[in-house]
Ligand binder design. Structure first.
Ligand code: SAH
Ligand code: F3S
Length: 440
């Protein structure tokens, strides 16, 4: 058996893609996975280019792997993901140690690219966008986890002015509903209880079912009917595409978790317009109110960008105001990073780094305060949790996830992994909660 070491940067879509790479390699090229790069025959880096920092990490990693290759020239290095898609040939020019460059839409060709590279045929480069053909080449998952990602749509057509994704992952394409349901069926038969439906702009899903285009709400309803699947998440939603049928769905599909990740990016209408987000802060707040009407007590998390070109103190204050108004749960916030080929990168980046850092710190402080308040409120309540495995820190304990995706560690004498259990939250720690199994 040959060994492959896969390192993944970036989003959940990349995590999904990396799992598929491993499935493909173990089927076609008889690879097994290793956690030790030193014993690998193939080193794969699945890259992210969403911000400059993520992109810089790529060449540092290649530098470290080159040292392994100097010792053992039979090692092959493959670079996939969004930096590969964006930079293509430039990667091999800058880093001759790299043997294979492939994109998010050509990962199914990795086994063939590897076997050609292993015969020293030539350097392998394929970052094209063959229309969603990769899904027809993926073997069935061999997962033994109780949660799984399922990619339902690829690419994005929104072209937010700051974002590189439409350039690296291509046009938005939805998979046919039947194919997705087959994949989820097979996951359920392996013991998966929770699925997270993935797309860059997932709520604009338009997959076909019996030759008719269907919405994300339809797909979720169908998914909820699969025996064994009792929890459904979806990421990432664009507020502009959050359709009424999806809002309504919260009323009658209990499998749909009471938690939505709904990136707002900014609270300032001026900045939202420059970002080309297609909504205003009042549209966003109205959407939140409508979802809350469908599902009281639902929680929201978000993504924020601070220091977008031209962001004033007043614009930033508008962001802080919307944060307060919504009361977000655990969220992500970033300093704006200019990306190649995006319209925002042509705008004058006139906010100083000191101000950007200061705004980020004020925002993060507030976001931490809010999510910690939510955790505190959970103490003393009984939460329906999915038990996902053994606790990372204490092998004598199990780990579960609440609906709003908080980690709960709890002592248990019984193996209840894969079960939904009522767990009483007894304490709040920095990054997790402590609980006790409730027995009735
Ligand atoms: N498709 C998703 C998320 C895409 S990327 C959406 O609709 O929002 C994840 C997050 O990274 C974004 O929500 C945004 O907050 C952040 N991000 C994207 N491009 C960025 C950039 N150029 N600089 C800083 N943060 C960025
Ligand atoms: Fe990026 Fe906007 Fe699409 S943030 S992924 S262009 S919805």
């Amino acid at each position: 058996m040959r060994k492959v070491f896969i390192k993944t940067h970036g989003c959940q879509m990349n995590e999904y893609d990396s799992e598929k790479m491993l499935d493909l390699l173990s089927e076609k090229e008889e690879f097994e996975s290793t956690n030790n790069p030193e014993e690998a025959d193939l080193l794969v880096l699945n890259t992210c280019s969403i911000r400059e920092k993520a992109q810089e990490k790529v060449f540092h990693q290649i530098g470290r792997w080159k040292k392994l290759k100097d010792k053992n020239p039979n090692i092959k290095i493959a670079i996939g993901g969004c930096v590969a898609s964006q930079e293509g040939k430039k990667i091999t020019q800058r880093a001759p140690a790299v043997d294979i460059v492939f994109g998010p839409q050509t990962l199914h060709r990795l086994p063939k690219m590897y076997s050609d590279a292993a015969q020293n045929l030539s350097r392998q480069l394929d970052v094209s966008f063959p229309k969603i053909e990769k899904f027809d080449h993926l073997p069935q998952s061999k997962t033994d986890e109780v949660t799984a990602f399922v990619s339902v749509a690829e690419g994005c057509n929104k072209y937010c002015s700051f974002c590189v994704v439409p350039h690296t992952r291509g046009h938005e394409v939805s998979r046919p509903v039947e194919d997705i349901l087959n994949e989820i069926d097979s996951l359920a038969s392996r013991g998966v209880r929770e699925v997270n439906l993935l797309g860059q702009n997932v709520n604009n899903f338009k997959g076909t079912y019996k030759n008719e285009k269907k919405s994300l709400a339809f797909l979720i309803e169908k998914t909820s009917q699969i025996t064994g699947i009792d929890r459904i998440r979806f990421t990432t939603s664009h507020p502009y595409e959050f359709k009424e049928d999806l809002v309504e769905l919260y009323k009658f599909v209990p499998e749909l978790v009471s938690h939505v990740h709904l990136p707002v990016q900014s609270g300032s209408n001026r900045i939202l317009k420059l970002m080309r987000r297609r909504y205003t802060s009042s549209f966003y707040l109205d959407l939140i109110a409508r979802i809350r009407e469908s599902r009281p007590n639902i929680s929201f998390s978000s993504d924020f960008i601070v220091g977008f070109p031209g962001e004033t103190d007043k614009d930033f204050q508008d962001t802080m105001d919307i944060v307060d108004e919504v009361g977000f749960d655990e969220s992500f916030s970033f300093i704006y990073s200019p990306r190649p080929n995006t319209p925002a990168s042509e705008m004058e980046d006139n906010v100083s780094i000191e101000i950007k850092k200061e705004r980020l710190s004020i925002l993060q402080h507030k976001l931490n305060e809010l999510s910690s308040k939510i955790s505190r409120k959970m103490v003393g309540t009984i939460e329906n949790c999915l038990v996902i495995g053994v606790s990372k820190k204490n092998p004598g304990e199990l780990q579960a996830r609440t609906e709003n995706n908080r980690v709960v560690n709890f002592p248990s004498h019984k193996d209840v992994v894969g079960n939904f259990e009522n767990i009483k939250i007894v304490d709040q720690l920095t990054n997790s909660l402590r609980g006790e199994l409730e027995r009735f």
